[in-house]
Design a protein around this ligand. Structure first.
Ligand code: ASP
Ligand code: MG
Length: 472
């Protein structure tokens, strides 16, 4: 049994949807479950609908709805042949857009786009896409069956960032999906949307469809989870910055998990957890180039001698520095500091400490002012916005002496504000000014991927086992 998940770009136009059909057809010799995102940029647009309406710009909001309606009906028109199924889908979508208009009026009157409302509005994209796709697949003689993901994924009550309740979700998935698979049907469902224990509509956070696929795969003990997207798997660096970036054929769960936070463009950070726990391989593949092998993520990837697997980065980070002489030899100090972060649910993405200071890099700064207010009693605070974290990842880093020197060899003119060799020892991260990012990433990529430096034949001589393998 395999779970196949297709992202927004994979179902964003008729050509991509036709490739999806072929991709599914080719794997129909075994049981499949299909998970879909909203079409193209629908979710962003739905967010705009709510933001505009709640700011009193109702006309603009209705304009976005009308564009979304046009976009979906255009795809319906091209995909579905005239007939009963097309009539039903058309009337369903029509109703959905009408109720969206009603919601926009409500949000505008109440100036309300609260988190619970966001979940209701943003979740509509997946409902629309799966209704249309289910009708199309049936028309093309694929035995799909539309399943409501809100009956599969059970979460807590945290709107827009709901956490799945694993036991309940597992039980629901098995109860609903196994009988369908037994009847040789192909369940077709939505990513991202879910329902809380109390029955409210929730979502798993933006980009959460991967997470849904992983939850379903784990629940059904799938043989493989495939994440179909618009890139050739996980790359040695962001291809929009480094055009010569290469695809990484195999990597370990740990490496991918380190990259998930940084390379969030490819995988949702939490995606891998349910799959890792059950040892299910996850394959990231490109809908536009289905012949490519993509990237296979395994619990433990076989070594290929490559010291550095990938160079990732995250912009928009803020660096907070706390200098305090009170910290000197005082135990319990760090605990107090991090309790403050914890209380305001601000997650510290990268941390370095010394005897008298703590440096913390933070991505989500919405509640940071509250934290700073409290931290002030402990010492002097400085805040640096527009920072970037650069992250060099590879299972072999821990076995490579001198790796820190190698990473910084070409960066002597760059100001590095913080450095951390991750606890897992497979991740060396440092903070730089956002403006230095293109230079730093391209120099690192050149060093590790364009000079044969990280290549398999370039195994350090002290590593006797690897050496033996090469010479035998
Ligand atoms: N449609 C949702 C989003 O754009 C979920 C996803 O695509 O994974 O965030
Ligand atoms: Mg998406």
């Amino acid at each position: 049994m395999r779970v196949l998940k297709f992202g927004g770009t994979s179902v964003g136009d008729v050509d991509s949807i036709s490739s999806v059909l072929e991709i599914v057809r080719r794997q129909m010799d075994q049981p499949l479950v299909l998970v879909f995102s909203a079409m193209g940029k629908t979710t962003d647009q739905l967010a705009a609908v709510g933001e505009l309406a709640s700011q009193g710009k109702l006309e603009e909001s209705l304009g976005v709805i009308s564009a979304l309606r046009g976009y979906h009906f255009e795809i319906i028109g091209q995909l579905l042949k005239n007939g009963e199924a097309k009539r039903r889908v058309t009337s369903f979508c029509d109703q959905t857009f009408r109720s969206l208009e009603e919601m926009a009026r409500g949000m505008s009157v109440l100036s309300d786009f609260s988190l619970a409302v966001q979940d209701r509005v943003l979740g509509l994209g997946e409902i629309l896409s799966t209704r249309i796709l289910a009708a199309f697949f049936l028309q093309e003689n694929l035995p799909v069956e539309w399943v409501d993901a809100r009956e599969l994924v059970v979460t807590d009550e945290q709107h827009t960032q709901a956490e799945p309740l694993f036991e309940e979700t597992r039980a629901r998935c098995r109860e609903v999906l196994l009988p369908l698979l037994k009847k040789k049907r192909i369940p077709l469902t939505q990513g991202y949307i879910a329902r809380s224990k109390s029955g409210a509509i929730t979502t798993l956070g933006r980009g959460g469809s991967d997470y849904t696929a992983s939850l379903i795969g784990a629940a059904l003990e799938a043989e493989e989870i495939q994440i179909w997207t618009d890139v050739d798997g996980i790359m040695t660096a962001d291809p929009s910055l480094i055009p010569q970036a290469k695809n990484i054929p195999v990597m370990s769960f740990n490496e991918a998990a380190e990259l998930a936070f940084f390379g969030a463009r490819v995988l949702h950070p939490k995606t891998l957890v349910p799959a890792v726990e059950r040892g299910i391989p996850v394959r990231v593949r490109n809908t536009r180039r289905p012949e490519g092998e993509g990237t296979l993520i395994l619990a433990e990837a076989p070594g290929n001698g490559q010291r550095v697997k990938s160079i990732a980065y995250k912009e928009g980070m803020t660096l907070v520095n706390l200098v305090s002489t009170r910290m000197f030899k005082a135990h319990g100090f760090l605990k107090q500091i991090f309790e403050i972060f914890d209380r305001f649910r601000v997650s510290a993405d990268l941390v370095a400490t010394s005897e008298v200071s703590v440096a913390v890099a933070i991505y989500d700064t919405a509640r940071l002012p509250l934290v700073i207010q409290e931290l002030q009693q402990y010492g002097k605070i400085t805040v640096k916005p527009r920072q970037a974290v650069v992250c060099v990842v590879g299972e072999k880093l821990k076995e490579t002496p001198g790796i820190v020197g190698q990473v910084f060899q070409d960066l002597s003119d760059v100001r590095v504000s913080m450095l951390s060799l991750g606890g897992s020892e497979i991740n060396l991260s440092f903070v730089i000014d956002e403006n230095d990012l293109p230079t730093v990433i391209s120099r690192l990529h050149r060093r590790f991927f364009e000079q044969g430096n990280g290549a398999p034949e370039d195994v350090p001589p002290h590593d006797l086992h690897a050496y033996e393998e090469v010479t035998q």
